[in-house]
Write a protein that binds this ligand. Structure first.
Ligand code: MOS
Length: 698
């Protein structure tokens, strides 16, 4: 019988190493002869470097080299424009990393970076997204490969004919990924081979990119990422630090450590694009939606295109016969936006789930009931059946647990002393996907097992979850299983991204373990000293998956208190109920979900990249001035899940839960603030002057 490790709470396997400081991160490996890099950001917004004078930097004691486009080793131009670093004099945005100082100490590198003299030829720039920007265009596709626009039925006619109409525009600012461990790398070349210890969300992809950039075979590159201090999407693809460190190590022929500074995480690594989103909903008086349209505008850079899939959330969430979604983009003189926890779904759900609340108010219907009335029976976008869809179950269970039933729907009706109190709800969904991966399982002569896969644990608990899954697949107690991840020498695997890490990796591990059990069943005699190893890959199986709508769902419930004098918002209670397939480890699952919800509080109330057009950059680019939710901002937060079996996903039945916690959570807060105060804030964050300064403030 199964050992039954899956479903049981278990602390992280590497927890003791992490809390005692013995877990090594990318720039913490002891190393002889190591040198230090410090990147130099461009001080111009748009233009060209006309001259670099490295001499003042080279005069700093301990400085070994100043790398720039005039002297850096050459890279292949065929990889990704973002990675073609120190190769040409073009400047695409302020803060672009245009030089790198290498020194014997980190202090010397930093001082050297301050001393590099760079002259620029500058051109006028455009860095602010507006709805009427002359550069707006229609991208070919949106991230990762969705159609740009969709249309079914006749939206315009149905919207015009609707009894109740909502037509609202929502705005979200730039948000910045700020993992605790910055983008960081230690790079060393030995005999034409490149070894990097790197902080990323998937070292198989980093290995491939480095091999191509430097024109060497893949097996000449090894990327070790045993412990990673977070990523939030920004490390989902190789970025500047690993390339710069590898270039520098080749140049000085010594190991180089490079950690970007906190300030350098505001730009060069990507960020969540600002959005301008118009949502239109047309329904009958009972709230049955006939027409739904979501038009999203966002930005990209002049280096490469990143088109966020902001309106894709609306394609499959609620039923309506007439529907349309569009994406438009503008190329600005800014860093390229990139993935940040639920790119697309997160800002898209803020808009749609706010608009649903506006429609509920306009119809005089409870916002939960409105969502129940607009449940689709098949995916409204593709027409495929849902592998499972438990949005309504989440809403109903959440309503009961939260105490939604006795809610007075009138805005501004509840006051407790100086506080206006309100509650809000929002739905959530996130795709349940998997990517092909490979794994091996080994039976050892001492009765132990070793499983190997190049998965990445970015702090999620993935290592522990995979270990539990492997134990069950081998049908042995987990104590007998050892797991190795985080090294490109291990069987190749997909990234820790798109909430598909565990689904992808557990699939391959399960197949390897099952195959090993079969082989052991037919095996007689003792095992050889190296044990018996089997390998599995899921490439064929994943390709053969039948088309189906596979999503995780959730419902957020929020209570806010708003200071009636100042407009200060406090989130006093937050509950998320999720349908995420099988939950492997309740401890780590809960922390992923409440982590996402906490980022939702941050998004709703605190975070905002403030860009100054004159200067062409964000002016708040550190933790003193870019505010994020802290512990004191989180009063009561709880996540739970409904039991859900889904046999059309993958052998372990997991849907993924890294991202869904942030989807919809900011809308639930905005909806609660509207209920508390009567003020609908349609541009995040909800700052006090947007409330106390409003004439409808109760
Ligand atoms: Mo997630 S933003 O796909 O790492």
């Amino acid at each position: 019988m199964s050992a039954g490790a899956v479903g049981r709470a278990h602390p992280r396997l590497e927890g003791p190493e992490k809390v005692t400081g013995t877990a090594r991160y990318a720039v913490e490996y002891p190393l002889e002869d190591v040198t230090y890099g410090w990147a130099v950001p461009a001080a111009a917004v748009r233009g060209r470097i006309t001259r670099i004078d490295p001499d003042p930097a080279l005069a700093v004691p301990g400085v070994l080299a100043v790398l720039h486009h005039g002297n850096a080793p050459r890279l292949s131009p065929d990889v990704e424009p973002e990675l073609y670093l120190l190769q040409d004099p073009a400047v695409h945005y302020r803060g672009q990393l245009v030089a790198l100082v290498v020194a014997e100490s980190i202090e010397a590198a930093r001082e050297g970076a301050r001393q590099v003299r760079i002259d620029y030829d500058t051109e006028p720039h455009s860095t602010v997204l507006t709805a009427d920007h002359p550069g707006l265009y229609r991208p070919e596709k949106v991230n990762p490969s969705y159609p740009t626009d969709t249309s079914e039925g006749d939206f315009d006619a149905a919207f015009d004919a609707a009894e109740v109409r909502v037509d609202a525009t929502y705005r979200t600012p730039a948000y910045h990924n700020n993992p605790m461990e910055p983008h960081a790398t230690t790079a060393q070349w030995r005999d034409g081979r490149l070894l990097v210890h790197d902080s990323n969300q998937g070292s198989t992809a980093v290995q491939a990119a480095l091999a191509e950039l430097f024109g060497i075979p893949r097996d000449s590159v090894r990327v070790i990422s045993e412990h990673v201090g977070g990523g939030f999407g920004s490390k989902g693809y190789p970025k500047a630090a690993v390339v710069l460190a590898s270039l520098a190590a080749r140049q000085v022929d010594r190991p180089v450590r490079l950690a970007l500074t906190r300030q350098q995480l505001f730009g060069p690594i990507g960020y969540r694009t600002p959005t301008i989103q118009r949502v239109r909903l047309g329904s009958d008086a009972d709230g049955r939606i006939a027409a739904i349209c979501h038009d999203a505008i966002s930005q990209t850079s002049t280096i490469t295109e990143f088109a966020e899939q902001t309106a894709v959330y609306t394609r499959s969430m609620y039923a309506a016969p007439h529907r349309r979604t569009t994406h438009r983009l503008v190329r600005l003189d800014v860093p390229t936006p990139f993935w940040m926890r639920a790119p697309g779904e997160c800002p898209g759900a803020y808009a749609l789930e706010s608009a649903m609340d506006e429609l509920a108010s306009a119809c005089g219907i409870d916002p939960i009931e409105l969502r129940v009335r607009n449940e689709p029976t098949v995916d409204p976008d593709q027409g495929h059946p849902f592998s499972s869809r438990n949005l309504v179950a989440c809403l109903i269970r959440g309503a009961r647990r939260f105490g939604w039933g006795d809610r007075d729907p009138r805005p501004g009706a509840r006051r407790e002393g100086r506080w206006l109190v309100g509650t809000g709800v929002a739905g959530a969904s996130y795709p349940a996907r998997a990517r092909a991966s490979a794994a091996t399982a080994t039976a050892l002569p001492d009765g132990g097992y070793l499983v190997r896969i190049n998965a990445t644990d970015i702090g999620t608990g993935a290592r522990t979850a995979l270990w539990q899954i492997a134990a069950d697949a081998l049908d042995v107690p987990p104590e007998r299983v050892t797991i190795r991840i985080g090294d490109s020498d291990l069987p190749p695997a997909g990234v820790a991204g798109g909430s598909m890490g565990t689904a992808s990796w557990s699939w391959a591990l399960t197949r390897a373990c099952q195959e090993l059990r079969d082989r052991l069943g037919h095996h007689s005699g003792s095992l050889p000293p190296e044990g018996l190893t089997v390998a599995a890959s899921t490439a064929d199986e994943i390709r053969a998956q039948k088309p189906m709508a596979r999503y995780a769902y959730g419902a957020h419930f929020v209570e806010v208190r708003v200071d009636a004098e100042t407009g200060e918002v406090r989130v006093s209670r937050m509950l998320g109920v999720f349908a995420v397939g099988r939950v492997v480890n309740p401890t780590t699952a809960r922390s992923q979900l409440i982590g996402g919800m906490t980022m939702g509080i941050s998004m709703a109330l605190h975070e905002e990249g403030l860009l100054d057009e004159r200067y062409g950059d964000w002016v708040n680019h550190d933790f003193a001035t870019y505010h994020i939710a802290g512990c004191a901002d989180v009063e009561q937060i709880e996540a739970e899940w409904v039991a859900e079996e889904d046999s059309d996903l993958n052998p372990t039945g997991v849907k993924g839960l890294g991202e869904i916690g942030i989807v919809g959570s900011a809308a639930a807060i905005a909806n609660a603030v509207r209920h508390a105060t009567g003020v609908r804030v349609r541009d995040l964050p909800i700052r006090l002057e947007k409330l106390a300064g409003s004439s409808s403030f109760t």
